[in-house]
Design a binder for this molecule. Structure first.
Ligand SMILES: *[C@@H]1O[C@H](CO)[C@@H](O)[C@H](O)[C@H]1NC(C)=O
Ligand SMILES: *[C@@H]1O[C@H](CO)[C@@H](O)[C@H](O)[C@H]1NC(C)=O
Length: 582
């Protein structure tokens, strides 16, 4: 405090003294001045001699326990004796004063002194806490406001909090409003939407500055916790998954593990996998999906021949409120395994086939079917172990079974033709079929006699009608082609007509006598027997028969009488008188 100011105050004090007898002094001093700082010279201000102060035992009394001021009795100076903290003395009021008394004895006079404590900017704004947590959902739209705690400054007036600052950041601005009576409120204003997946937490620093020069400041750390919203859709790692599975794969085998991710957290990011049903096809009977892990396993066996591939649609769905889902395609290709042997189908089998069939004649049509694909379904087919038949390829897997050798029913009447088809899988599978072809008879064999010439010995006098001999010709053909009939033929035209001698049973070959032979008349003769089968045309063969008639003692000696006329009984007339010895 300068001297001029002091004298101005003293002048007021004097006026006071004049009026009231006991004077009322008023001074001002800044808080927090050093001990010993001079407040005023009381001798001068009371206009008393310094000696008198000492004589009348001047003392300074404080209204509270602290002795803020003391006096130098030698000079009359009142000086600061203890720390003066305005904020301690009067925390809430802007005007602050200390009341002290200067007491003189003999006679006792009390001078009241009011000391205005002047504020200095010795306090910084203070937020009461250093950390402030704020939970804000990422779904909150820009423009939303969030009230912040305010800072307190123990200093008053100009030294109180005058402004707030927010460090620069992408998402928030600060809006400071006056609340009247020098108060301020600060609000965070969301400028740009938050994204938890990019930045789950933001740290901001709010600074409160007071009005001192230079100003003092206090800071508050604001932790913004971004609360997840279900704003991310699950994503499959691929839009198309492809799997190849052998058709002999055991059920329960894991085929693939799908993978979808969701950037959200908690239920918003928890994915449940499933198949999407399409139409009526219930592929869930064939495949199983683990809804939690996305693992697809084989539930029942697959068959390339029935279904060479599957197309499934899969879904990944998060479990957040108003859940989001993603779809992908899963192609499952079934790989053929050589699990099917070729099948031999016989169509249009011609049986029986005539034994005179020409080479190349078609006996049957053969089709080979293999349900497998690729090499597993390629087949070769042939006839094994037959010299009479072979296969001729027509087109792809169609064959003709044709005659490849002269047939002979009399030799082989039925052929068991073995056809083997083999596919080109590894290992190859094959199958066999036996086609039985019967050979139909053709009249290609004449009846055959055992010998070309027969000699028959006949004893004369055989009774008429008796069977002389039975000829037999054998025909190796069948049925009518083997049905033999016999007939007699002369050897040459000048022979005796054989039909007068013999007859033949055309069915049995029995040769029957039509007359009794007489060796004495006919010693030998010959004829032919022709055997003819009933085929169309008929075939025949001859046998020459030589007949020899054997002599028998069939004649008594005969007495030849003298000539007599033919037909008359031989008689001789013997004379009655003939004597012995006639
Ligand atoms: C053909 O097969 C049948 C039936 O297996 C059998 O009875 C017959 O003897 C066979 N024929 C030939 C000529 O092998
Ligand atoms: C059998 O004999 C008859 C009459 O002599 C003759 O016409 C025919 O050709 C002969 N048949 C055979 C197969 O020799």
């Amino acid at each position: 405090m300068g001297n001029e100011k002091c004298s101005w105050i003293c002048w007021i004090v004097l006026l006071c003294l004049c009026e009231c007898g006991a004077s009322h002094l008023s001074y001002s001093i800044s808080e927090e001045v050093n001990k010993g700082t001079l407040l005023a010279n009381i001798a001068k201000d009371l206009n008393v001699d310094v000696q008198e102060l000492e004589d009348r035992d001047l003392s300074i009394l404080s209204s509270n326990s602290k002795k803020y001021f003391d006096v130098n009795l030698g000079t009359g100076d009142i000086f600061v004796n203890d720390r003066i903290d305005r904020e301690e003395i009067c925390s809430n009021t802007e005007r602050c004063s200390l009341r002290i008394q200067a007491v003189l004895l003999n006679p006792m006079v009390v001078h009241r002194i009011e000391v205005n404590v002047l504020d200095i900017n010795d306090n910084s704004p203070d937020f009461n806490e250093h950390l402030y947590f704020l939970n804000i959902s990422e779904s909150v739209s820009p423009g939303e406001r969030f009230l912040l705690p305010v800072a307190e400054d123990a200093d008053m007036g100009n030294y109180a909090v005058k402004s707030y600052k927010l460090d620069k950041n992408e998402h928030f601005s600060l809006d400071v409003q006056s609340t009247g009576e020098d108060g301020l409120s600060a609000e965070l204003v969301l400028e740009k939407a938050l994204d938890r997946e990019k930045q789950p937490e933001l740290k901001l620093i709010l600074t409160a500055v007071d009005g001192g020069i230079p100003g003092r400041s206090g800071t508050l750390q604001i932790h913004v916790n971004v609360i997840d919203a279900n704003d991310n859709t699950p994503m499959f790692s691929k839009s198309l998954y492809k799997v190849r599975v052998n058709e002999d794969t055991a059920t329960g085998t894991v085929l693939i593990k799908l993978n979808a991710t969701d950037l959200d957290e908690g239920m918003n990011g928890k994915i449940v996998y499933s198949f999407l049903r399409r139409g009526n096809s219930d592929l869930t009977k064939v495949f199983d999906m683990n809804s939690e892990t996305g693992t697809v396993t084989l539930k029942s066996s697959v068959d390339f021949e029935k279904t060479p591939g599957y197309e499934l649609r899969v879904q990944a769905k998060d479990q957040g409120a108003s859940s989001r889902s993603a779809h992908a395609k899963l192609l499952i290709e079934v790989i053929d395994i050589n699990d099917n042997a070729p099948e031999i189908l016989v169509t249009s089998l011609v049986t029986p086939i005539r034994e005179d069939a020409k080479l190349g004649a078609i006996v049957a049509l053969i089709t080979v079917v293999d349900k497998d694909g690729g090499n597993n379904g390629l087949t070769k087919c042939s006839v094994v172990g037959s010299v009479h038949f072979k296969l001729k390829s027509n087109y792809k897997n169609d064959y003709s079974l044709i005659v490849d050798g002269q047939l002979d029913r009399e030799n082989i009447s039925a052929h068991n033709i073995t056809i083997i088809a083999t596919d080109e899988g590894s290992p190859p599978l094959s199958s066999m079929k036996i086609v039985t072809v019967n050979v139909a008879d053709v009249n290609d064999n004449p009846p055959r006699f055992v010998e070309p010439v027969l000699h028959i010995y006949v004893i004369e006098n055989t009774p008429i009608g008796s069977t002389l001999y039975t000829v037999k010709a054998v025909d190796s053909d069948l049925y009518d082609n083997a049905k033999v009939t016999y007939k007699l033929l002369p050897v040459s035209s000048n022979d005796i007509p054989i039909s007068s001698l013999l007859n033949i049973n055309s069915d049995t070959g029995d040769i029957i006598c039509l007359q009794s032979f007489n060796h004495e008349e006919l010693k030998t003769f010959k004829f032919k027997v022709q055997a003819t089968d009933s085929g169309v045309p008929p075939l025949s063969s001859n046998v020459t028969v030589n007949v020899l008639i054997l002599d028998e003692n069939d004649n008594n000696p005969t007495i030849l009488a003298p000539y007599s006329e033919h037909g008359s009984v031989n008689s001789e007339t013997i004379p009655y008188s003939a004597e012995a010895g006639y």
